[in-house]
Write a protein that binds this ligand. Structure first.
Ligand code: ZN
Length: 175
């Protein structure tokens, strides 16, 4: 191998090494942003890592909104609650339900027959626990709210069965 060729090979090796290092660094950075929930992080307008959600939510809110837990029936603060006003997402503040559509379904969770702003609520097919259900999430942040069933009252015939922990109620006139 002559000197020129040796130099060329060395330069090529160095370049390859630099390229490889750069891509490793890039991957590392992406991982720290995405954390363990890449789909939720990328898909929704309100983007927070799981670590950031843990900082802004109470442990109970976090387990429902981010880990899809269900609060025990008849325990939520909005189950037997009839305030006049609006329910917002406890995670991001999106407007979700109006008290006008709230009804007592007797199931142990706050129930509504219609979202306040249809585009703020997203429905996802959920086959967890061998059941065929439709999960309801906040369309802005992806936070789990509850499930929607077809046994609600008129005019929609729907029952949005929502965890109190996912909601923040504000009386009418209060922003
Ligand atoms: Zn939200």
């Amino acid at each position: 191998m002559n000197a020129t060729k040796y130099m060329q090979t060395t330069v090529l090796r160095i370049m390859l090494f630099l390229l490889a290092s750069a891509s490793i660094i890039a991957c590392g950075q992406q991982k720290s942003i995405d954390k363990n929930d890449k789909t939720t992080y990328m898909e929704y307008e309100v983007k927070k890592t799981e670590a950031e959600w843990k900082q802004v939510l109470t442990p109970k809110q976090y387990s429902v909104l981010r880990e899809k837990a269900t609060e025990r029936p008849y325990t939520g603060k909005y189950d037997k609650f009839n305030g006049i006003g609006t329910y917002y997402c406890a995670a991001c503040g999106a407007e979700l339900f109006d008290s006008k559509t709230k009804f007592d379904a007797g199931c142990g969770w706050p129930s509504f027959y219609d979202p306040a702003k249809p585009h703020n609520v997203k429905e996802i097919h959920d086959s967890a626990y061998g059941m065929n259900r439709t999960e309801v999430v906040c369309a802005k942040c992806g936070g789990h709210l509850g499930h929607v069933f077809n046994d609600g009252p008129e005019p929609t015939g729907l029952r949005y069965c929502i965890n109190s922990e996912s909601l923040i109620f504000k009386p009418k006139g209060e922003k």
